[in-house]
Design a protein around this ligand. Structure first.
Ligand SMILES: *Cc1c(COP(=O)(O)O)cnc(C)c1O
Length: 235
């Protein structure tokens, strides 16, 4: 029961870290990143009380959703193409990686037909890393203003994936920048709920630092499920 053990350890670390910095542990939600892991691993995690998962690929997520049923909620955390917006609108409870208006517009019109609303986050390339997706910090305001006209989308906050670094001081600075940016945008009333803004940041190696800097969603894969298999075998 490796997955159950890992989840237990991570939950304890989330609770301890949150308490130590004066936060309510319930304000930190764990997104178990199951990309490239089989449905059986998700089922194992569900049995251990985990009901929120993150997936990066639409078709993979659709297949798993079929296998698992409605026992879990999924966030989309990968790069989304506009032509996959319809399926994405059906499958996920949150899309964390909105980085352009065209995509937001495509999602909104599919949601209209489905008569649904959907939570979204804006993905910000906080480290200005040419290899990473997301908009630049200074572009977030305009994108949020455009998205405000799309009635089916609820922009809840920001998401980032900073450049990989083993140096936690550097990660901390990126996380802090995202928090300050979200605060600034919230003061201008640009989110769906400006009293409670979501910050999705922190992965297996740096989630404790992210919690200290205000993360409300942490996305953890390897520390729960182990190394990702290179060969995708979904079963
Ligand atoms: C894969 C992935 C994660 C999880 O990374 P780990 O290092 O395995 O915890 C988190 N966020 C995003 C966007 C990912 O693609």
């Amino acid at each position: 029961m490796m997955i159950a053990d890992n989840l237990q350890k991570i939950r304890k670390r989330i609770t301890d870290t949150a308490r130590n910095c004066g936060r309510d542990p319930a304000t930190v939600k764990l997104v178990a990143v199951s990309k490239h892991h089989p449905s059986a691993s998700i089922v194992e995690a569900i049995a251990a009380g985990q009901h929120l998962f993150g997936e990066n690929y639409i078709q993979e997520a659709a297949d798993k959703r079929q296998a698992i049923g409605d026992n879990a909620a999924f966030h989309f955390i990968g790069h989304l193409q506009s032509n996959k917006a319809k399926l994405a609108a059906e499958l996920f409870t949150m899309i964390e990686t909105i980085d352009r208006y065209k995509l937001a517009k495509a999602l909104d019109s599919h949601l209209e037909k489905l008569d649904k609303t959907l939570d979204i986050l804006i993905q910000v390339n906080i480290g200005r890393d040419p290899k990473k997706s997301g908009i630049l910090a200074e572009e977030a305001k305009d994108l949020l203003k455009q998205i405000a006209s799309l009635s089916r989308l609820r922009p809840k906050g920001l998401m980032t994936m900073p450049p990989f670094t083993v140096d936690h001081t550097e990660s901390r600075n990126y996380f802090k920048s995202l928090r300050l940016l979200a605060f600034e945008l919230g003061e201008q009333g640009l989110f769906y709920d400006n009293e409670s803004i979501e910050l999705s940041m922190g992965m297996s190696h740096d989630f404790a630092v992210a919690i200290e800097e205000g993360a409300t969603l942490i996305r953890i894969g390897t520390a729960i499920f182990g190394e990702r298999p290179l060969n995708l075998s979904l079963s």
